[in-house]
Write a protein that binds this ligand. Structure first.
Ligand SMILES: Nc1ncnc2c1ncn2[C@@H]1O[C@H](COP(=O)(O)OP(=O)(O)O)[C@@H](O)[C@H]1O
Ligand SMILES: [Mg+2]
Length: 215
């Protein structure tokens, strides 16, 4: 299997790295997987150091210096390549989006987030000139566990922009274990197999597998 998963949003703080590292650890238990960390903050790389410190199997991180190198890796991927793209727009991030079999865009459940999404949509409009079928999958993340109502409004927005976006059924709620993942070097599943956060990651992985099967 050769698949590229890109976590992309030009906005920072939406949960890209948190989701990327949890998916990398858990998908990596099922498939050969490498990670590309395109963010200057190098969250995944730091996570990996924390992981080594607690004696867990480190992620295989590939460092990328140029556009050509990234295109090469995407074209010759063996197994899953998971890309944590930077929280900004750049040529490298655009290549990561264009080369993806599945694009995941985390978004919190706040209507203000629609403005950020509009900016991301502009990037997709540009990229559609190169790849007309390009579409991202919105993943609601960091959502207050109590809230249900306003999710409907976001779903409406996504429905009316269906040429750009799909939305995952899975919603990742605001959970302490997600926040702990980074510093502990563990996925939420490794922190507590029976937690709600773990179930959410399991459910997300099932949805991702279904989408990837279609290719
Ligand atoms: N589902 C969640 N529950 C709790 N905290 C979260 C969740 N998702 C993200 N966070 C926290 O939000 C902050 C930003 O997340 P991060 O993954 O670094 O975003 P990005 O990579 O998009 O900049 C981090 O402190 C992270 O721990
Ligand atoms: Mg990040």
């Amino acid at each position: 299997m050769q698949k590229v998963i890109t976590i992309a949003h030009q906005k920072g703080g939406v949960g890209k790295s948190t989701i990327a590292l949890n998916l990398a650890v858990e998908l990596g238990k099922k498939y050969p997987l490498s990670v590309i960390d395109l963010d200057y903050q190098k969250s995944i790389s730091i996570f990996n150091e924390n992981r080594k410190e607690v004696g867990l199997n480190p992620l295989n991180i590939i460092s990328v210096e140029s556009q050509k190198e990234l295109m090469n890796i995407i074209d010759n991927a063996d197994g899953i390549i998971l890309i944590d793209s930077g929280g900004f727009d750049s040529d490298l991030n655009r290549i990561a989006i264009l080369g993806a079999d599945i694009i995941i865009t985390p978004l919190s459940n706040n209507l203000i987030e629609i403005y950020g999404l509009e900016a991301f949509k502009k990037i997709l409009i540009d990229l559609k000139r190169i790849r007309s079928d390009i579409k991202s999958n919105i993943l609601l993340n960091n959502v207050n566990p109590q809230i249900t109502k306003s999710i409907e409004e976001l779903k409406e927005y996504i429905k009316s922009n269906s040429q750009f976006f799909n939305i995952f059924e899975t919603i990742l709620r605001r959970r302490v274990d997600f926040a702990k993942s980074f510093e502990t070097g563990k996925s939420v599943v490794e922190i507590d197999r029976s937690s709600k956060a773990s179930k959410e990651i399991d459910s997300l992985i099932s949805e991702i597998e279904l989408i990837l099967q279609k290719y």
